[in-house]
Design a protein around this ligand. Sequence first.
Ligand code: HEM
Length: 400
Amino acid sequence: MVQLLPSLYFLEFKHGEPWIAVMLLAVAIRALLRMRRAKAAKDKLAHVADNDKAKPQPFEMPVPPPYPNWSLETTKPLPYRAFRYGPKYNVTMGLRSVPPTEWIELDNRYSKYHADKARRLLERGSKCVKTAPEAYPAAMELLQELTDYLPARYPSLYKRTAVGIDNLWSGESLNITEVPLREDPMAMCSRLVQDDLALMIEQPDGQYRLLAGAILLAGFWRLSDKFGMTLSNIHTSGDVPHFKERLESGMMKFFQRLRCDTFYARNNYFIQVDDELPWSPSIGGEDEPVVSWGTAEKNKAIDHHFFRSERQTLRRLPKTGAICFTIRTYFLPVTEIAQEDCVPGRLASAIRSWDDWVGTYKGREKYGEILLEYLDRKHEEQLQRGLDVDKVENSRGYPW
Ligand code: HEM
């Protein structure tokens, strides 16, 4: 427009025909309005394209093949050792895509997880499990998905029935068609897997909120603290290191764009100085108003050090568009994993690579001395007996 004005001025005064200038001005204004409308429509389209991810999508979960040779007695937990050599610990989203057929992992720790969950559902109920009314359809969709997936993947443990699913080991029979259901759908989902489960629901402002969860074995955080929060608040309230500068915008985009047909996983790891899987009492009682590493006893003997690693998955449910976040914790004594080739050396290097913020978040001050001394000693022993570090490390890839 601004560029057109000198030419209009020229037409009017050079040729003395103001009507030409007026006509051209009208044409220019129309063109401008058209451009604006086109841009608004394009912006709206882009918004709809993003938001469409949260609307029903034509995706059907493939029927998974049975997990190879799966047995409740003999299938060991997968040996995730998701830590890297230093010198620098990089805070990244660390997501990788995984085949939908590998959504849920079960193994011979199942019975302990199942019993811990059953006890906590009884003792702690809605502190650990909750579904907001607006998340109920998503929770039902998750229950339906698990009821279809698990019997196909773990046929020696689960059987699909006309009304739901039977647990062939525990004798439980879940009816998912009853109205009302016998318990919260998230509690029913939770009894079926070793994972903790969360559903993130998109809000009209584009933010995702935690509106349904069964968080029974999380160790360091409580559903009651985070329920209803946005993805950002969940992380900033826990002072997750470098969240604002390294994670937030990537996570927002990831959530907006996640498609139903692509599943993702990430792994993390922590050290815990007690052996309780569901809740780590070292950071304070589960019902204390505030919990923190500050309360933990310093320099406990190495037998009290445990390695905790989560395999988390993210997928979008096709009917409701909710994002399902699963958190499976693998929990082992440090003294056990330190027997594995290269693990003590790599873990020690990883712990030394944490910056102060990461170190504070992970409680290093309370166990660093004892743990590093132990890991260094174990590493030295492995070198003494002739371990070829490069050879072993080159044969493995993250997260193993
Ligand atoms: C792209 C997805 C996500 C990424 C990259 C991510 C990343 C992280 C990171 C880096 C941490 C610090 C501990 C660690 O190293 O894992 C963390 C902590 C945490 N995340 Fe996430 N997260 C994601 C999704 C979610 C979702 C969907 C929830 C919903 C429940 C969630 C809940 C939490 C909680 C509760 C903590 C602990 C916070 C605390 O210490 O208070 N995260 N997350």
